[in-house]
Design a binder for this molecule. Structure first.
Ligand code: CO
Length: 501
C-alpha cells in the first residue's frame, strides 16, 4: 500500500516581501535640496504648484529604533512644479523635542505609540511629557504653511525654505498645548457660505471636550464652538457638510495605568469594546441647536472619506475596520504580520436625522486607506473616489496600488506597483483647465500624485497619473536620489514656492 504524500499547506503567495516593505521604515536623516532630473515620461507643463507631504522621517534616534513609526519626528517634503521642472526639498520640523533629542543623540521622550526612553519602566514611570512631533499633515492656509499633529498646536513653516518659524496660535486663539486635529478640512463655498478651513481639537477628561474651529481664507478663526462627548474619545478625522460636522466616536476604553507605570505608550492603552456601539455625533456648524447622537454597530474609523446632505439625510463614506488594528506591544512592528490585522474597507453610511437611524453597507471589501477626491466635492455628493489599496483583493496587506471608484456605476480602475512598490497617500490635483476641457467629466479631470517606495532601488518615486485613466499607469515617474520613509498626509497648493524667495 502506498502512502500518500503529506499535504503541503497552501498559503496564498503574498504580493510583497516583508524585507522589501521594511526598507521604507528606515530613517532619512539627511535634508536635501535639488532639481529632480531622473524622470521617466513627461511632467505636464500645466501642473503648476507645490505638493507638500508630511510624515515621520526618523524611525530611530541615536541608532535606537522607535517602538512605532507614528512616534517619528515630522519631516516635510516639498515638490515644486514649474513649467515641467520639479524641485525637491525636505526638512525636519524643528520642534523643541526634535532639537533636544538630536543634540543628545538619544531618546529623551516617550512616544504616544509606545516608544520609551532607555532604562526600562523605572526610567519611564510617571514621565507624562509627550514630544510634539508635527508629523501628520501639512497644509497651506491663510498665507501660512502649517505642519499638523493632533495632540498639539500646528507648527508654522516657511513655504519656500521649509524652515520652522514656530508654533501657530491663530492670533492667540490656541493656547500653548491646545490640540488641533491633523485632518483640518477645506470646505468649498456653498450657497451663501464662504470657503472655510474647519478643524477640531479634543481635550480628554472624564468627558471629552470637543472644540470646532472655523477659519476664513485670511487664516483667522471666525467661529469656534465647544461640545462635550461622554467618556474617552479617540477621533483622528471627521467629515463636514455645508451644515454639519460629523464625528465617529470609536468604541474604545482607555486604561492609563500601563502608561503611568512606564510600561506602555498611551496609544497602547486603548482597548476596543466590540459590544459597545460606535457613536456618530452630528454637530450643527452654526453652533446653534443640539447635536444628534446616532448609534451603529462597533467599528473603528481613522479616516472619513466624504459626507453630503440629501433631503433629511446625511450620506457618509468611511474607511472602517472591524476592530482597532493594534499591534502586539511585545512585538517589533518591523516583524508585523499584516495578514493578522483587519483590513480597512470602504463603507457607506446613511444617517437619517428625523428617525435617528443609521443604515450602512460595505462598498468595497478590498483593503484600502488614504481616500482622496476632487477638492471641490468636499462636503458634496460626489462621484469619483481614489484610494491606496493592497495588491490582493482579499485580506490585509501593505498598500501597493491605487484604485479609482466610480460611485455611480461601481466601476473600478486599478494601477499596482507590486511586488516591490509600496504606495503612499494619493492626492488629487484638478487641472487648471478643468471645467472647460472636459465639461462632462470635470470631476475626474485632474492628476493623481503619489509617493511610491521602490524597494528594488531603495528609493522613492513621485508618480503622476491621469485621474481619468488611472489604470494606464503613470504618465511620469520622478526618481528621487534617496528613499522617503512611509509618510502620512499631504496637500497640493497651486502656488509655486521657489526654493529661495
Ligand atoms: Co490621518
Amino acid at each position: 500500500m502506498t502512502q500518500s504524500l503529506p499535504q503541503t499547506p497552501v498559503s496564498p503567495s503574498p504580493s510583497y516581501s516583508l524585507a522589501d516593505w521594511r526598507g521604507g521604515t528606515l530613517s532619512l536623516a539627511e535634508e536635501f535640496d535639488y532639481a529632480i532630473t531622473d524622470i521617466e515620461g513627461t511632467v505636464p507643463v500645466e501642473l503648476q504648484g507645490t505638493l507638500f507631504r508630511n510624515g515621520p522621517g526618523l524611525l530611530d534616534i541615536g541608532g535606537v529604533p522607535l517602538k512605532h513609526p507614528f512616534d517619528g519626528d515630522g519631516m516635510v517634503c516639498a515638490f515644486r512644479f514649474d513649467r515641467g521642472q520639479v524641485h525637491f526639498r525636505n526638512r525636519y520640523v524643528r520642534t523643541p523635542g526634535y532639537l533636544a533629542e538630536q543634540a543628545a543623540d538619544r531618546i529623551l521622550y516617550r512616544g504616544v505609540f509606545g516608544t520609551q526612553k532607555p532604562g526600562g519602566w523605572l526610567a519611564n514611570a510617571f514621565d507624562l511629557r509627550l514630544k510634539s512631533i508635527a508629523n501628520t499633515q501639512v497644509l497651506y492656509w491663510g498665507g501660512k504653511l502649517l505642519a499638523l499633529w493632533e495632540a498639539d498646536r500646528p507648527y508654522r513653516l516657511d513655504p519656500h525654505s521649509l524652515a520652522t518659524l514656530g508654533e501657530e496660535s491663530f492670533d492667540q486663539v490656541l493656547a500653548p498645548g491646545t490640540a488641533f486635529a491633523a485632518h483640518a478640512k477645506v470646505v468649498p463655498a456653498a450657497g451663501s457660505r464662504p470657503t472655510r478651513l474647519v478643524s477640531f481639537g479634543l481635550k480628554p477628561g472624564l468627558s471629552t471636550a470637543l472644540t470646532i474651529y472655523e477659519l476664513n481664507e485670511q487664516g483667522q478663526v471666525v467661529q469656534q464652538q465647544q461640545r462635550s462627548l461622554p467618556g474617552f474619545a479617540f477621533i483622528h478625522d471627521f467629515a463636514v457638510t455645508p451644515n454639519y460636522c460629523i464625528f465617529f466616536q470609536n468604541p474604545v476604553q482607555f486604561n492609563p495605568l500601563p502608561f503611568l507605570l512606564g510600561l506602555r505608550g498611551p496609544g497602547e492603552c486603548i482597548q476596543f469594546q466590540p459590544h459597545q456601539p460606535t457613536r456618530i455625533w452630528i454637530v450643527p456648524r452654526d453652533g446653534q441647536g443640539e447635536m444628534l447622537c446616532l448609534n451603529t454597530d462597533a467599528c473603528f474609523v481613522f479616516h472619513q472619506v466624504n459626507a453630503w446632505e440629501q433631503s433629511g439625510q446625511i450620506g457618509l463614506d468611511s474607511i472602517c475596520y472591524d476592530r482597532f488594528p493594534s499591534l502586539d506591544p511585545q512585538q517589533d512592528y518591523r516583524q508585523v504580520d499584516f495578514a493578522a490585522l483587519p483590513p480597512g474597507q470602504l463603507w457607506r453610511f446613511e444617517l437619517d436625522l428625523a428617525s435617528k437611524t443609521v443604515q450602512r453597507h460595505c462598498l468595497k471589501t478590498r483593503c484600502c486607506e488614504f481616500p482622496t477626491l476632487h477638492p471641490a466635492k468636499v462636503g458634496q455628493d460626489y462621484r469619483y473616489l481614489y484610494l491606496a489599496i493592497a495588491a490582493a483583493a482579499e485580506g490585509n496587506a501593505p498598500l501597493q496600488g491605487l484604485m479609482k471608484i466610480d460611485l455611480q456605476t461601481g466601476a473600478e480602475q486599478i494601477w499596482s506597483a507590486a511586488p516591490q512598490g509600496f504606495m503612499g497617500e494619493p492626492v488629487f490635483v484638478p487641472k487648471p483647465t478643468g471645467e472647460k476641457s472636459f465639461p462632462e467629466h470635470w470631476e475626474e479631470d485632474g492628476w493623481i500624485l503619489a509617493l511610491v517606495y521602490d524597494a528594488h532601488h531603495h528609493r522613492s518615486d513621485l508618480v503622476i497619473l491621469e485621474a481619468a485613466h488611472l489604470q494606464a499607469g503613470p504618465i511620469a515617474r520622478l526618481h528621487l536620489k534617496h528613499h522617503i520613509p512611509y509618510g502620512l498626509h499631504g496637500s497640493f497648493v497651486d502656488q509655486v514656492f521657489s526654493p529661495s524667495p
